[in-house]
Each structure stands twice: as C-alpha cells, then as structure tokens.
Design a protein around this ligand. Structure first.
Ligand code: C5P
Length: 256
C-alpha cells in the first residue's frame, strides 16, 4: 500500500501516525521537520527522521530488555516503525539530572549545575496552550491520569533515567534531561501503562562528557550549527548509524 493511501491517524510536529497493518497497531513515521519554542521556530534537520527512528528503536529495545513495557514492536524501514496503538496520556514527564533549559530560566540557575537529586516535572500536552507545566494536583483533578497511573509513570521514568544515564555514559554522553510520554495499553481486560512516543536527541539533552558540547536539539533551538552532525554522532556512538548514512534509500516495503 502506498504511503499516501494509508489512513493518517495523527500528525504531530516531528512524526506522523498511520493506521497499522493489523488492528491495535500503528505505523510511526519520523519526519525531518523540527520545531522549537512552541512552534515559533521551524526548520528541517536533514536525515533526522532516519536517525531518530534508529536511535529510538535501539533505546526502546534496550529498555524492553530490562522489563520496561514500551509501545515499540519493530522497525519497518528507514523512517517507519510499527508500534502498538495506545491511548496517549496527555502528560509529558520531564526528568532532569543537570540544570538546563527552562529550569535555568525559572530559577536563575547556571546551566550545567548538577541537581542535588533527580527532578521530575510534568507538562500538560496541549499545543494550543504551549504545553504548560502542571502539578500532580492538576493531572488528577482534571482526570488526565489517576494517582495510580502517575505512580507507574514516575516509577518507570526513574528506572528509565537510571538505565539511560548509564547507557549514555558508556558512549561518552551525559544525559542532562529528557521528556517521556506514556500510554494506556489494554491486554486481556487489563490496562498497563507503557512508554510511548520516542526517545531521541529531539527530546533529550545530551552533552559530550569531556567537552560538554551539546549533541541534541539545543543545537537547532539555539542556532549552534552542526545540527545534523550532532544527531549523526549520537547514532554513531550508539552503533546505529546506517552504513549508507542517514539518507533515504528506499526501505523494505513492509506495509503489505
Ligand atoms: O525546555 P525544557 O528545559 O523544559 O525541556 C526539558 C527536556 O524535555 C529537554 O530535554 C527537552 O528536549 C524535552 N522536551 C521535549 N518536548 C517538550 C518540552 C521539553 O522533548 N515539549
């Protein structure tokens, strides 16, 4: 089936979700489009979709190996992966190990200051409102997630943080902060919270351990240059850089 004839379920800023080949599945397509500051800055990062598809595949597979439930099923081709259809919880979980980004502005803390302990924050996933920061009170009072859902999300997020910090440290990168999204998956009448969306340099801050050089979307946000190169370097260090580079060679037609 051609891409254009597939039913588009949702189009976000960096990804498109298409109807999957069987019920309960979706195809997640990674675009090169990049946005920042709630859509005020727009651009493209050539090859980003190809690299994020690989990086997210790699990280979700490693997380699944340590027992983190995720929506990831398998990669289909250069830009697409098959995922389980979940009900996305409209809450972004932000995990911070080192001060950066909006935290430095809010509290006037110097970027790069190690935090006394890992800080968990939440935002309400709503583009029109600019993803406002919210507390557990808002989340439960407005019914976006139950206290139990939130407990599961935080527990999983902290395990993911511990694991990913070690994984990235092993390839010379510091996991400064990142954002996660979760969804509800029903299996045999039971609901479980699973990791959804993606994990990539679009939603993580990654700094080179030795030089503190930024290797993530901050290079785009702040016009630091060498944006494509940074994404490629992350993929290379993780051992998932496609041999032909992040170009669009026609992927296997696994859409039937
Ligand atoms: O911008 P801020 O400092 O609050 O971002 C914290 C972390 O969450 C960063 O790694 C950023 O890339 C990620 N984030 C994201 N999507 C958002 C907001 C933040 O991926 N809508």
């Amino acid at each position: 089936m051609s891409r254009s004839r597939r039913r588009r379920i949702y189009e976000g800023k960096a990804k498109i979700l298409f109807e999957g080949p069987e019920p309960g599945t979706l195809v997640q397509y990674f675009k090169d489009d990049a946005t920042a500051f709630n859509n005020q800055k727009k651009g493209t990062i050539t090859g980003k979709g190809v690299l994020n598809n690989r990086i997210s595949e790699f990280l979700m597979e490693r997380l699944a190996e340590i027992g983190i439930p995720t929506h990831f099923v398998r990669r289909l081709n250069m830009r697409e992966q098959l995922v389980k259809e979940v009900e996305i919880i409209p809450v972004e979980v932000m995990i911070r190990n080192v001060a950066a980004g909006t935290l430095t502005k809010r509290f006037n803390i110097e970027e790069g200051t190690p935090l006394p302990r890992t800080i968990v924050e939440y935002a309400y996933k709503n583009d029109a409102l600019g993803d406002p920061q919210v507390s557990e009170e808002h989340i439960t009072a407005f019914g976006w997630a139950t206290t139990q859902d939130l407990d599961d999300m935080v527990h999983l997020s902290l395990r993911i943080n511990d694991f990913l910090q070690g994984l990235f440290r092993g390839v010379g990168l510091k996991l400064v902060d990142f954002k996660l999204e979760f969804g509800r998956l029903w299996e045999n009448e039971e609901m479980k919270i699973v990791l959804a969306d993606e994990i990539s340099p679009d939603c993580c801050r990654l700094w080179d351990i030795k030089t503190n050089e930024k290797m993530d979307k901050d290079r785009f946000r702040r016009d630091l240059g060498k944006v494509e190169e940074a994404y490629q370097e992350v993929a290379r260090r993780l051992g998932v850089l496609p041999e032909a580079g992040p170009v669009d060679i026609e992927g296997p037609k696994s859409m039937q």
